[in-house]
Structure formats: C-alpha cells, structure tokens
Design a protein around this ligand. Sequence first.
Ligand SMILES: CC(C)(COP(=O)(O)OP(=O)(O)OC[C@H]1O[C@@H](n2cnc3c(N)ncnc32)[C@H](O)[C@@H]1OP(=O)(O)O)[C@@H](O)C(=O)NCCC(=O)NCCS
Length: 173
Amino acid sequence: MDLNGPALPPRPVAQSQSEMSELILPNDTNTLGNLLGGRLMNFIDLVGAMAAFRHARSHVVTASMEHIDFIAPVHVGDLLILKSSVNRAFKTSMEVGVKVWVENALAGTHHHVASAYLTFVAIDPQGRRVPVPPLQTETADEKRRFEDAGRRREIREAEARRRHIPKFQPART
Ligand SMILES: CC(C)(COP(=O)(O)OP(=O)(O)OC[C@H]1O[C@@H](n2cnc3c(N)ncnc32)[C@H](O)[C@@H]1OP(=O)(O)O)[C@@H](O)C(=O)NCCC(=O)NCCS
C-alpha cells in the first residue's frame, strides 16, 4: 500500500476509546495473592490494541510499551477496569494511553493502580505497514494528550539516535 497516498479523513478520539474489565483470579497472582506485573502488562497490551485497532481499522502490532507505572498492588478478587484512548496518530503508528483502576464493587469506588503509554503500528494482512487516519481531538484533555504524545515521540527518537539505533540515524548524503 502507498504510504504517501491521499489523506485519510480524521477520526475522533471517542470513536476508538475502549474499556475492558477483569476479575483477578488466583492464576493471575503471585504467592502473596497480588496480581503479577506481567499479567497486568498483558491486559494493558490487549486494551491498548483495541483502541488502536478501532482507530486504524486495520491489524496492529505493538511496537513499544513504555513508561508503565505500577502505582498500587492489585489483589486476588479485585475487579480491574482498564480504559484506553488513542493519544496521537502519526503516519503508520499511534500512541495509546491506558489507565487502570480497581473497582470496589461493594463500596462503588475506584482507585488508580497503573498507567502506561504504548505505540502500535498498523499493518495489512501481509504484514506491510499501512497509513492511519489523523486523530481528531475535541476536548481540552484530548488536546493536551495529543501535544504530550508529540513530545514523547521527539524524546524517544532523540534517545534512539543517542543509542545509535541505525534506523533513527539521519540519512547520509
Ligand atoms: C513495529 C514494526 C512494524 C516497525 O517496523 P519498521 O520497519 O521497523 O518500521 P519503521 O522503523 O520504519 O517505523 C514505522 C513506524 O513505527 C514507529 N516505530 C518503530 N519502532 C518503534 C518503537 N520502538 N517505538 C515507537 N514507535 C516505533 C516509527 O516511529 C514509525 O512511525 P510512523 O510511521 O507513524 O512515522 C516492526 O519493528 C515489527 O514488526 N516489530 C515486531 C512487532 C511485534 O511482533 N509486536 C509484538 C511483540 S510480542
């Protein structure tokens, strides 16, 4: 597919926002009955992919998961609520933010337990990268996340150049 083809129409953030809930069972936990970090990362990857898949309307792969904060432990029997939202769409990639809460269903309260940023890349069934629609931001929070995602991408690319990752080096003339 042509990566420089005609521009795709923008898609609003709300159209791809996703949510998932999980009851934490003993198989998900360590010997103290706390949710395993890797299991939580798996849930975060899944709910993040849902938002990217909906935005791109194509297959997606996880390119990176970065800046994951484990803020509070999650225990066996907890009800986990995960929400994902596309922060910014670039050419073939999208940054998705994921926020995770534990819901106390008896008290009707929530507390924040984790957050993460992930980048997904849209691909066709043959695994070739495909363009994604631009993101249409509407609320003040969506606009702030959009700007922040741009800054994170600049920092990521500068860091990759510093570490001499070949694909991030400027082309030789
Ligand atoms: C992600 C992947 C498709 C990128 O392909 P690539 O040929 O290296 O592509 P490029 O370097 O040209 O980058 C393509 C896009 O991905 C982004 N990207 C690539 N690596 C990235 C990373 N580590 N973090 C964030 N974004 C990344 C680039 O910024 C670029 O975005 P843009 O098109 O929106 O400008 C490829 O590395 C891949 O297939 N990785 C394995 C994915 C996978 O299997 N995930 C599951 C792991 S279990």
